[in-house]
Design a protein around this ligand. Structure first.
Ligand code: UD1
Ligand code: CA
Length: 472
């Protein structure tokens, strides 16, 4: 839910850096946590804090980052600007200044693309701090760690923030400072416009440091600082940090669902992605993975090891162990698994049953219909109350085209039958076990296509004697 900020706000998210330590062809900010690229979270936090517009500074891998942003957020409130050469955080914001000027607003929130645990509540508190002290042109979050190695340190005089020094520019005494700069700022737009173009690269890295604005702000009205919790402000520089923050985010998500009435027996052993919805009294067992746009209803049981991606599961469904489903729908009280595979565009009606080693693809199974054992149902339209026997196969593919198999209401398919599509079995018809159906079956008919059985009396003993003799 977006907050109404005390000031009109534009946000700039710096995300042009290479992320060298990720050692990856993928831009750092597109590496995922809880199922979403890292860049999603600070952009969403800025929107949630009430930013009217978010400007993302892109550089490395910019086409992919821009594509993701456009697909995810659209163009109304989120835009990107290019920083072709990464000449420091001050330079990154400088590249966004024309867009920020165009967007207007009293304050500019400046964030980094690599701090995914950032809370919009902290941004709101920062903006409130800024609003409470209109003479100050810059407000920032600060945090404290026993060892702040690597981070810029907060320099105070008489208790007031007077500047930030980068780790590598710090003296030995300054390196002992535990208060560090999370790089989350709310700056007055007019202050940025006046001072940002004047920054110079007088530092160990020869870059334009955004942090140099802090001492300028101290001299031009003072700095407002708001303490925040280090744990939500950590950045990601390598894959070990990525895994650590991913785990923390997943734990927080699982906990949120628990507090909303979902039983998760082993929260440290499930993976529920950001954005997944789960109803009350649903039970989630160990090893379950819920991804993407998955929506789970109430009183659903998701047993050990199920993996669901973009699946809608209605109330009262039971998913037995090790079932895998993608882009599908499971209707009320249906039963799936163990070991079922619902491939994209599968749709199970109310009370439908799909059992072990049954694979569905683009197949609708009507109310109360059952395919309980060892079957492949591809491109099927199955009505209500249909029974599909063990080993049934919808032969849907001729090497060039996919064809549809239609089973009307009340059909019974005997075990080990093949339906060579396109083919329709009419209402209430019966297909005998072991039949290969190649022509439509009229409603109410029996289809049987198999070699007639012959019993040769006493033949078994004679056959065995002959085989025994041939072995000598
Ligand atoms: C920065 C801060 C430091 C702070 C730390 C917190 C400066 C000079 N230092 O250091 O005080 O403690 O963040 O994590 O600001 N970026 C660009 N273009 C550039 C350079 C960086 O877009 O030219 C982006 C990066 O992609 C990244 C963010 O800005 O998302 C921060 O840059 P990074 O190089 O990681 O800064 P730090 O050295 O961590
Ligand atoms: Ca960083």
């Amino acid at each position: 839910m977006a907050a109404t900020p005390p000031l009109s706000v534009t946000a700039i998210v710096m995300a042009a850096g290479k992320g060298t330590r990720m050692k990856s062809a993928l831009p750092k900010v597109l590496h995922t946590l809880a199922g979403r690229p890292m860049i999603f979270y600070p952009v969403q936090a800025a929107l949630d804090a009430g930013a009217a517009r978010v400007i993302v500074v892109v550089g490395h891998g910019r086409e992919r980052v821009e594509k993701y942003l456009a697909e995810t957020f659209g163009k109304d409130r989120v835009e990107s600007v290019v920083q072709a050469e990464q000449r420091g955080t001050g330079h990154a914001v400088l590249m966004a200044l024309p867009a920020a000027t165009k967007a207007g607003g009293e304050r500019v929130l400046v964030l980094s693309g690599d701090t995914p645990l950032l809370k919009s509540d902290d941004l709101v508190a920062l903006l409130e701090g800024a609003a409470a002290d209109p003479s100050s042109p810059l407000a920032l979050l600060t945090a404290t760690l026993a060892d702040a190695t690597g981070y810029g340190r907060i320099i105070r005089r008489d208790g007031r923030v007077v500047g930030i020094k980068e780790h590598r520019d710090c003296s030995a005494t300054e390196r002992a400072i535990r208060e560090w700069n999370p790089a989350v700022y709310a700056m007055r737009l007019s202050f940025l416009q006046e001072h940002l173009p004047k920054l110079s690269p007088n530092n160990a890295q020869g870059e334009l440091y955004l942090t140099d604005l802090v001492s300028l702000a101290a001299a031009h009205g003072g700095v407002v600082d708001r303490p925040a919790d280090s744990s939500s402000l950590e950045g990601i520089n390598d894959r070990a940090q990525l895994a650590a923050l991913d785990a923390r985010m997943l734990q927080a998500i699982a906990r949120r669902h628990q507090l909303e009435g979902v039983t998760i027996r082993h929260p440290e052993e499930v993976e529920i992605h950001d954005g997944v919805q789960i109803g009350e009294d649903t039970v989630i067992e160990r090893g379950v993975v819920l991804r993407g746009k998955t929506r789970i209803g109430r009183e659903v049981t998701i047993d050990v090891g199920c993996v669901l991606t973009d699946v809608t599961v209605d109330d009262g469904v039971t998913l037995k162990p090790d079932s895998v489903a993608s882009q599908s729908h499971v209707g009320p009280r249906a039963q799936v698994g163990p070991f079922s595979h619902l491939r994209p565009a599968s749709d199970l009606g109310e009370d439908a049953h799909v059992g072990n080693f049954v694979e569905l693809k683009k197949t609708r199974l009507g109310k109360g219909s059952k395919a309980n054992h060892l079957a492949y149902l591809g491109d099927g339209e199955v009505g209500e109350g249909v029974n599909v026997g063990a080993g049934t196969i919808f032969c849907n593919y001729d090497g060039f085209h996919k064809h549809v198999t239609v089973l009307e209401d009340g059909v019974f398919i005997g075990s080990d039958s093949q339906l060579v599509a396109p083919v329709t079995v009419g209402k209430g018809a019966y297909v005998a076990t072991g039949t290969t159906v190649t022509r439509d079956v009229p409603a109410g008919a029996l289809a049987i296509a198999r070699v007639k059985q012959e019993n040769k009396e006493g033949y078994a003993e004679r056959l065995k004697a002959r085989l025994r003799a041939s072995k000598k």
